[in-house]
Design a protein around this ligand. Sequence first.
Ligand code: 6PG
Length: 488
Amino acid sequence: MTDNPSETGGVANIGVIGLAVMGSNLARNLASREGNTVAVYNRTQARTQELIAEHGDLGFVAAESIDEFVSSLSTPRTAIIMVQAGKGTDAVIEQLAERFEAGDIIVDGGNANFHDTIRRERDLRERGLNFVGAGISGGEEGALRGPSIMPGGSAEAWATLEPILRSIAAVAEGEPCVTHIGTDGAGHFVKMVHNGIEYADMQLIAEAYDLLRRVGGHRVEDLVELFRSWNEGDLQSYLIEITAEVLAQRDADTGRPLVDVILDEAGSKGTGVWTVQNALGLGVPVSGIGEAVFARAVSSKPTQRAAVQRVLRRRPDPVETPEGFEDDVRAALYASKVVAYAQGFDLIVAGAREYGWDVDLGAIARIWRAGCIIRAQFLNRIVDAYQNDPELESLLVDPYFADAVAHGEAAWRRIVALAAASGVPAPGFSSALSYFDSLASERLPAALIQGQRDFFGAHTYRRTDKEGTFHTRWAQDRREVETEPSTH
Ligand code: 6PG
């Protein structure tokens, strides 16, 4: 930034390209903060005019062409692209790159795939430009009032961006919810995991709701108060809060709870799928996120669901609910949520190792405390956990979480058993419990799997009692031989 625009050709310290709702809200947020002058540009000019007509008092520099936009920026030129992720992003990047000079900064604020971000950053770096993939969470409201921001890219770009992004980010306990996540695609990777956790959290809340209704026999009206009360305790979070809001909504046409007239087929835009795909590649079990993605996929197969329902008897089966059923559901939700977050953080660790990012897990938890969709009290506990031990093997071994899970464990088991007995699906709750039990088991049946692999493919195995790699000559004399590890 410079004080003398004549030297630099422009007056705006920051520009926003793409003025759909997220883009214009972000531009308004930027323009409303002291020290920012914001250039705006949209391919369809009507949108720019709309923004100026409604919010021109914020002092935007409205550009009619990309050339005008670029020349309205002071150096280092800094532009945030807010267009739908995909091909359009490359085209806009290219338009800017052709006009930008060494040291200028292009920020992609969309939900880009971090592999694309790594590629774009490398290509632009070779041309002397800075490219920053920044995850921005919080939806339309967040963009306007303060999102949680997860920027990647170079340290040089961060030096320019830091004051700008801090000025617009949400604030949690006095700290702006933005931190430099790591180089190149780190920001978009972490945003991807944020979204994966968002999927898991939403799925778990949905399962809790379903069990309360279909096993517990609660009416929607009663659940509104229950979720509101949960929002006062350790489950306090934006997603619990909006759950109560959605359940409280009545349909104007029918007078019924809105949730009963919404088609039960959950959509998605892809970030949950990416999270699971990448976790599979990195060998990280993110079963909570996986179940959430699959649950949406099952819900979106109405023909198959109808076919199965025609053949099978209807669910749920009536079961006796024990005293304190609601508290049990709450405990199961909390424990499953701890697992989902533990898995998400494991994925960040694995991604950082694979792609060479120096990430600070505590700082990531800190910037998720406000502004983003998964904002929650709970994140403070994660901040503490990584502060106590930055090398934590799993969130599940942090004393606070270990205690919390141990405390809810019996209830968690009761709920998973009840769900199974009644025929109400609870894939999130039960897979979280299985994951927990797997980690907690001294021996796993993986030993048998190794035996099977060795039997049919001579894949070899290691032993518990001595070093080395072994194979049993299954088809011959069934004697064990020491061997080289299998490579096929
Ligand atoms: C956010 C959200 C947002 C995401 C939606 C849609 O952090 O503000 O994660 O980025 O686009 O939640 O996700 P699905 O359509 O895939 O559910």
